[in-house]
Write a protein that binds this ligand. Structure first.
Ligand code: DX5
Ligand code: ZN
Length: 212
């Protein structure tokens, strides 16, 4: 079953609840939350207060927290307590990826690992048995509204060939025009920021993507 995960970064910051509830009504069951520290990526987004507010308002919706932080270890407890259901860290950090992934799982959350466009899929093969989710970045992380980098999609097939059977999520520039292509590579979750929040008819968009 394909999951559509609207990326809350693309919501109007003055009307987050209005914009999010519109997409949940349209059928989204996961929300993607981009946490940016202005250091790992050249942008700053929002923090744990956003996660806990959304968790309190929509307890039945899964919160897929994408930590674009240089030192995610410092903040795991904060986002676990805020109500994240899944936490994804980046392979490119200097910290102990194995230890951080184990910590996320020990807390009862799904653990994810993300690779930037320039990071080969093989880099994360040693971690596959620690992962519930791989987040393949199809843009340079830091901003919504960018164009999908098609070359990133080959990593999905490499991960499947390496035996990964968990969720493979594609993040960045996914829209109605390229979603089927992304899915054809084996993605099971599509993160959609601009394409979802700017869509005039999100219900139709999500339903047409589900039909494959
Ligand atoms: C980029 C973020 C993405 C982004 C997706 O660093 O990780 O989640 O918000 O937004 P769109 O779909 O507009 O590229
Ligand atoms: Zn993201």
């Amino acid at each position: 079953m394909l999951e559509i995960a609207p990326s809350v970064l693309a919501a109007n910051p003055l009307f987050v609840d209005r914009d999010v509830s519109r997409l949940l009504k349209a059928g989204a069951s996961v929300l993607h939350l981009d946490i940016m520290d202005g250091h790992f990526v050249p942008n700053i987004s929002f923090g744990p207060a956003m996660v806990s507010a959304l968790q309190a308002r929509y307890p039945e919706i899964r919160l897929d927290v994408h930590l674009m932080l240089s030192d995610p270890g410092k903040y795991l407890d904060v986002f676990i307590q805020a109500g994240a259901n899944e936490i994804t860290i980046h392979e490119e950090i200097t910290g102990d990826v194995k230890q951080l992934l184990a910590y996320i799982r020990q807390a009862g959350l799904r653990a994810g690992l993300s690779v930037k466009p320039g990071t080969p899929a093989a880099t994360i093969f040693p971690y596959l048995d620690l992962l519930d989710l791989v987040l393949v970045m199809s843009v340079e992380p830091g901003f919504g509204g960018q164009k999908l980098i098609k070359e990133s999609l080959a990593k999905i097939q490499e991960l499947r060939e390496a035996g990964f059977t968990g969720t493979i999520s594609v993040d960045g520039g996914v829209n109605a025009e390229n979603a089927r292509m992304v899915q054809s590579f084996g993605a099971t979750r599509l993160v959609m920021g601009t394409a979802a929040f700017k869509s005039e008819h999100p219900k139709q968009l999500f339903e047409s993507l589900q039909q494959g």
